[in-house]
Design a protein around this ligand. Structure first.
Ligand code: PLP
Ligand code: MN
Length: 370
């Protein structure tokens, strides 16, 4: 019989490495976030770069989200194809090939929102929509640098000039401002993260007000991630937050913001070999667990993970004699250090409750980096 895990199977039938989701924990994370933020009246537009799944996107909407964010145009193409079309593409759409793809996407899906941070980028999209004979305007936000120094026009004159350009264009509809403070998401200590976040929010809301003073209608002021959303929602003038990682969490986020949300996603792995009395080797290496934000953690206490290459990882035993010692064939659960790029390593989620696979979801926009 070919390997084909199905709903109703115990998770023991899953081969390893496999990406598994504890549904109780994931649902609890969603409940926590939505019960906290929905009463504030702020729009919750979760970033789907974390989960990359139209099924989870729809669960988020059922919980109270309005729309979603994607990082890249190719993610938007996939999500639209799966019927999820209320999307903000949070990265600039730049380059002839990509702009041509955007025109085709917008032809079919009028809800798409884009960001621009340069006159050159904005005019290329405006021109392409005009040349293609597209009726109507694409909803556009000015992307503002609020301190991350990744993308975003500089606040002040440059931002005002860009807003005016968008407002004057034939095919771009200025609806708002995006200012993402990604450099603050993992600042340790709530007080420090809050202080820095409020500084970034001041830049963002002052810019939105300056746009209004110049005569523009600014309905959307969007920002925030899992680490800062609590602070963003307290700032008058912020209309929307974009958290993503809270659905699954990771150890990097837990170390920064605490354990408010639970680690709902783990990678199941198998012990392949023992190497001396205190080291064992598992079948999860760089192709299963990313290391940019530190090393994954093993849920079996007393073991510390190390990378042994593409396909292998080590677990060093430092727990004395108090806990179970793992042996060849045993299975472990590894908690990722950085959730977004880890999810991007797998094709499928196996979501379970009480040890039984309850749902299987495709990682729909896996690999969509264009
Ligand atoms: N918004 C933007 C523009 C992002 O790039 C990200 C993540 O990198 C997020 C929101 C979501 O942040 P998080 O996954 O930290 O909640
Ligand atoms: Mn990330």
């Amino acid at each position: 019989m070919p390997y084909a895990p199905k709903i109703g199977d115990p998770i023991e039938v899953l081969d390893t490495p496999s990406m598994v989701v504890d549904l109780d924990k994931m649902e609890s994370n969603m409940r926590k976030l939505f019960s906290k933020f929905l009463p504030t009246g702020i729009n919750i537009r979760p970033h789907l770069k974390t989960t990359k799944s139209a099924t989870i996107a729809k669960k988020l909407v059922a919980a109270g989200a309005k729309g979603g964010c994607v990082a890249k145009l190719s993610e938007a193409e996939v999500m639209c194809g799966l019927g999820f079309t209320d999307l903000l593409i949070t990265c600039e759409v730049v380059g002839k090939v990509k702009v041509a793809r955007l025109v085709e996407l917008f032809r079919k899906h009028r809800e798409i929102r884009i960001v621009v941070d340069s006159l050159k980028g904005a005019s290329a999209i405006d021109d392409a929509l005009a040349v293609a004979g597209i009726e109507g305007k694409i909803n556009t936000l000015v992307d503002l640098d609020v301190g991350l120094h990744r993308t975003g026009v500089q606040p002040g004159e440059a931002a005002l000039t860009l807003a005016q350009f968008v407002a004057d264009s034939s095919h771009l509809n200025l609806i708002g401002v995006q200012g993402y403070e990604g450099h603050l998401q993992h600042v340790h200590g709530d007080e420090e993260r809050k202080r820095l976040c409020l500084e970034s929010m001041a830049i963002l809301t002052q810019t939105a007000d300056a746009f209004r003073a110049a005569g523009h209608t600014i309905d959307v002021v969007t920002t925030g991630g899992t680490g800062t959303a609590d602070f963003c929602v307290t700032v008058p003038g912020i209309t929307e937050i974009q958290p993503g990682s809270f659905v699954f969490m990771d150890t990097d986020y837990r170390n920064a913001i605490g354990a408010h949300y639970e680690q709902s996603l783990t990678i199941l792995a198998t012990v392949l070999s023992t190497q001396g009395p205190n080291i064992i080797t598992i079948d999860a290496g760089l192709k299963s667990l990313t290391t940019d934000s530190g090393l994954a953690e093993c849920k079996t206490r007393g073991y510390t993970y190390g990378v042994l290459g593409d396909e292998h990882g080590s677990l060093a035993w430092d727990g004395g004699n108090v806990a179970l010692k793992l042996d060849v064939g045993d299975r472990v659960e590894m908690v990722p250090s950085h959730i977004d790029p880890t999810v991007n390593l797998f094709d499928w989620y196996y979501a379970y409750r009480n040890g039984v696979v309850e749902e299987i979801w495709k990682v729909d926009s896996r690999g969509m980096v264009q």
